[in-house]
Ligand binder design. Structure first.
Ligand SMILES: Cc1cc2nc3c(=O)[nH]c(=O)nc-3n(C[C@H](O)[C@H](O)[C@H](O)COP(=O)(O)OP(=O)(O)OC[C@H]3O[C@@H](n4cnc5c(N)ncnc54)[C@H](O)[C@@H]3O)c2cc1C
Length: 447
């Protein structure tokens, strides 16, 4: 290779010690063999990596926390993976309520660090998810109070396809800023730093974990889908329904308020069936600990196939029948249906105000299978995709951070009416489509 630019940072070529560990992803289904991994220590290493890749005509994939749910989106055969995970500074400005964070951080690290100092970083259901979560939105039990993680973005730093460092906020490169609030990772360049607005944390908040036997799932779900989207905005609820074989129904979440009020607000759902209830007021640092159960990346054994969508209306009986068929036919410790209530701060932002379009649903729905042996992949992928077809009449869109290669028109599914504007932004910042993956935003064709 003839290159004027040298790779800098921690560089691991195929065949070097550490290559196999560098290839690991949360989902072990990844089967790509990049030529080289660059673990950038600072923005300049990202600049050099992009220039080197362009000079040598090598495909690029940015990577952060390795949680891509289509395991190959942040890996590419024969290419360069620009991994930002060592760029992990966290600088809190208590006076202005902002945090400047390296994009290599995992959400759990930020949430714990800020909680200790009295501030909130919203998060979802896994501490080890990286900041690849942010450009796609970032959903979780806080969102009805704080908005999506991306709604809290104030400023970003990104290295573009020419190796140029770009800063964007509401008034500078405002189109890129807009696109980063929901347009998804891997599309425009390599993000290196975000500045976020961080709200003050309460001294205490109430967490809850309620479980029911599996055979009560229909009555629980029917109540949940009407109750959860309408309940007080400070209550976030994640409902999981496992497989018939070995699974149960569980609802995890928080209420940013006192226990007595939480108990009252939860009564419509806790009075269904025969639940086991844990509802507890905890100091805020323990709230974060309670909700973020450990989720290792390098040793996670299960292969998975996910799909997702949004419901604008409660599921009618035929949709619940589809759920039942799925749950009766799948196995696997981590498989099932997952729901999150929408509304509140998420829905107060207009669909076109940021790239995240799906603002008006009642709830988010996700379903997945999980398995151990590669020989079981085809069967498991097929059942997720068939279930998508059957649920299609009852859902809209799909969440870009939970990608599914089976979706035919991913641009419209992920971005709705914002897709065309996103293509214009893509054309401006990456006209040669240097940053691409199987479902990335295509630039508009040149005239
Ligand atoms: C166990 C688990 C739980 C999850 N829970 C939630 C949840 O509660 N809420 C939620 O919203 N999502 C959740 N997700 C989905 C998660 O948001 C996405 O998988 C997200 O893309 C992961 O980001 P990452 O940095 O960890 O992954 P990576 O695999 O490193 O990257 C994912 C994508 O982002 C791109 N990317 C990463 N870093 C950069 C960068 N610096 N610049 C440009 N592009 C970049 C990659 O190219 C790739 O396309 C979960 C995923 C898993 C596996």
């Amino acid at each position: 290779m003839t290159s004027t630019t040298q790779l800098t940072g921690r560089v691991i070529f195929q065949g070097d010690p550490g290559y196999n560990v560098a290839r690991k992803n949360w989902d072990p289904r990844t089967d790509r063999f990049p030529k080289v991994f660059v673990f950038a220590q600072r923005t300049k290493d990202v600049v050099n990596a992009i220039k080197w890749a362009r000079e040598n005509h090598v495909p690029i994939r940015p990577r952060g926390g390795r949680h891509s749910l289509e395991g190959n989106f942040s890996q590419v055969n024969g290419g360069i993976v620009i991994d930002v995970s060592d760029i992990n500074h966290i600088r809190l400005d208590k006076v202005n309520g902002t945090a400047t964070i390296g994009t290599g951080n995992r959400v759990g690290r930020i949430a714990h660090t800020l909680a200790r100092q009295g501030f909130i970083m919203p998060f979802g259901d896994s501490p080890s998810v990286g900041l690849g979560i942010l450009p796609g939105g970032g959903i979780g039990p806080y969102q009805r109070t704080t908005g999506l993680i991306s709604d809290n973005l104030l400023e970003l730093e990104m290295v573009d396809a020419n190796g140029k460092v770009i800063r964007a906020n509401k008034s500078r490169n405002a189109d890129l800023f807009w696109a980063t609030q929901g347009g998804g990772g891997g599309n425009f360049g390599v993000y290196t730093q975000y500045k976020l607005k961080v709200p003050p944390a309460p001294a205490n908040a109430t967490v809850f974990s309620i479980t029911w036997p599996w055979d009560q799932f229909e009555e629980v779900f029917k109540t949940w889908q009407v109750w959860a989207p309408a309940v007080n905005d400070k209550l976030g609820s994640e409902l999981s329904i496992g497989p018939k074989k070995g699974g149960n129904v569980s609802m995890l979440g928080l209420f940013l308020g006192p226990k007595a009020e939480a108990v009252r607000l939860l009564t419509p759902i806790t009075s269904v069936g025969t639940p086991t209830k844990f509802i507890q007021l905890l100091p805020y640092t323990q709230v974060v600990r309670f909700l973020l159960q450990p989720d290792p990346v390098l040793t996670h054994p299960f292969r998975s196939q996910f799909s997702s969508g949004f419901a604008r209306r409660p599921f009618p009986e035929p949709a619940i029948k589809v759920m039942r068929q799925f749950l009766e036919n799948i196995e696997g410790k981590e498989a099932g249906f997952f729901f999150l209530n929408w509304g509140g701060a998420v829905s107060r932002v207009a669909p076109r105000a940021t790239a995240f379009f799906w603002r008006d649903p009642q709830f988010y729905v996700e379903w997945n299978t999980s398995w151990l042996k590669p020989s079981e992949s085809a069967k498991n992928i097929a059942i997720v995709r068939n279930t998508r077809q059957k649920l299609q009449p009852y859902i809209v869109g799909s969440y870009v951070n939970v990608p599914d290669l089976g979706i035919k028109n991913p641009g419209l599914a992920y971005y709705g009416a914002n897709f065309f504007r996103l293509r214009r932004v893509k054309t401006k910042y990456d006209p040669d489509n240097v940053f691409r993956n199987p479902q990335s935003i295509p630039p508009l064709r040149r005239p």
